[in-house]
Design a protein around this ligand. Structure first.
Ligand code: FAS
Ligand code: PHB
Length: 409
């Protein structure tokens, strides 16, 4: 067994692990990232596309923001269409100046990977058998195998950035975990295509045929989604069928502009709301999808991962720069406050925008719920106050600071 050491062990080289690793390294806090797949595989996962200002600021602090500034697009508004009638949410006006950046998760992950490599920081890809040891002691460690050799990574703290299917969350004893979950009775069929977007801002479409979203990655690359039953498989949706259905759900003026083309990625993602409480156990901290999952309707998944990273970064800075080990107790409570706001917003947008009709709930209960949600959405869109509620959550609620050293009881 080869012994290696670092102040912080990071499990997972997705956006959470890479961003945390970059921030810590810039402060001279040593960290090693362990990833179970290859870097190419991580980059092959097409996911999020909208970044809150808080995320952008964190990436700037990590010193990795240049390409995002050069190639990312600032969006000051987005659209919500109900059966073809579009309402624009003027985020910049309604949130007192905030906006979001449209820049693919793949790109920010690539930027972070390249920055980490350029800095000569340690990332072990294709590790196997990761196990977290003694996480409630002052000497936690992580054992794993890499290239046939067994390792023990001895550290002070472990950041579980290993996503929903990782090993970190199960390391917290089941009797200490409260897991909240809601599974939605539909999925999102997503298509990436090298075609010009139908609009220069996103369009979220509520339609009696089902939800659709027109997004993009650049002026020449579009990202589209349509709601599909959970029983559907990708092979049920040849490109032509996808384009025909999308066209039916888009507002007419957008449908008229739709440029179709071959899909370069096509996949169906299930939708769930999931939160694990607490988000820490001794010196193990859960970050991002390891602790929570949102339906992508509010563009919050990646952005909640970023606010977890921001909170853990502040905690570890306080520990190593000010010697305040006590502050680690603040992590879970602070992180969860913002996570629950993002979870609720994502749940609310999902309930308002999707069609629950053909989900086998033809009973009155389902129809009544559908009418309540239709009324809720049209009410919020019809008033400035309602639109402001949507805008300030979409751009992202503020990040919370740690309690000052001298005020804690
Ligand atoms: P990730 O899951 O990205 O990364 C975790 C990493 O840990 C992975 O690389 C994994 O290989 C690694 N790992 C797992 N187990 C390990 C082990 N035992 N040892 C070592 N490494 C291990 N969010 C949005 O905002 N908008 C979207 O449109 C959107 N679409 C999505 C579509 C899909 C199909 C999925 C799954 C998620 C989507 N998300 C979306 C959410 C997504 O972007 C996540 O929020 C984001 O990837 C979170 O990043 P991480 O917390 O780093 O987790
Ligand atoms: C995307 O571009 O992939 C995207 C944008 C906004 C969402 C979900 C996905 O709410």
């Amino acid at each position: 067994m080869k012994i290696i050491k670092a102040q912080v062990a990071v499990i997972g080289a997705g956006p959470s692990g890479l961003l945390l690793g970059q921030l810590l390294a810039k402060q001279g806090i040593s960290n090693i990232i362990l990833e179970k797949v290859t870097g190419e595989y991580v980059l092959g996962r097409i996911r999020a596309g909208i970044l809150e200002q808080g995320f952008v600021d964190l990436v700037r602090e990590a010193g990795v923001v240049d390409r995002m500034v050069a190639e990312g697009e600032v969006h000051e508004g987005f659209n919500i269409a109900i059966n073809g009638h579009c309402v624009r949410i003027d985020m910049k006006k309604l949130s007192d100046g905030d906006s979001v950046v449209c820049y693919g998760q793949v790109e920010i992950t690539r930027d972070l990977m390249e920055a980490r490599q350029a800095a000569g920081l340690s990332t072990y890809y294709e590790v196997e058998g990761v196990k977290l040891k003694n996480v409630t002691s002052d000497n936690p460690s992580v054992t794993y195998t890499h290239a046939g050799e067994k390792y023990e990574l001895q550290c002070d703290y472990i950041a579980g950035c290993d996503g929903f299917h990782g090993v970190s969350r199960p390391t917290i004893p089941a009797e200490l975990r409260i897991e909240h979950e809601r599974i939605y009775p539909f999925g999102w069929l997503g298509v990436l295509s090298d075609t010009p977007p139908v609009s220069d801002e996103l369009i979220y479409c509520k339609h009696q045929r089902g939800f659709a979203l027109a997004s993009m990655r650049s002026a020449t690359r579009s990202r589209y989604y349509i709601q599909v039953p959970l029983s559907d498989r990708v092979e049920d949706w040849p490109d032509d069928a996808f384009w025909d259905e999308l066209k039916k759900r888009l507002p007419p003026e957008a449908a008229a502009r739709l440029v179709t083309g071959p899909s370069i990625e096509k996949s169906i993602a299930p939708l769930r709301s999931f939160i694990c409480e607490p988000m820490q156990y001794g010196n193990l901290f859960l970050v991002g999808d390891a602790a929570h999952i949102v339906p992508p309707t509010g563009a919050k998944g990646l952005n909640l991962a970023a606010s977890d990273v921001a909170t853990l970064y502040k905690v570890l800075l306080r520990v190593y720069k000010e010697g305040d080990k006590e502050c680690i107790k603040q992590y879970s409570e602070i992180a969860l406050r913002r996570v629950w706001h993002g979870e609720r917003f994502s749940w609310w947008m999902t309930n308002m925008l999707h069609n629950f009709d053909d989900m086998g709930s033809h009973d009155l209960e389902g129809a009544t719920f559908a009418r309540f949600m239709e009324s809720e959405l049209s009410y919020y869109l019809a008033s400035q106050a309602g639109q402001k509620v949507i805008a300030e959550q979409y751009v992202g609620l503020p990040y919370e600071e740690l309690a000052p050293l001298d005020t804690r009881s």
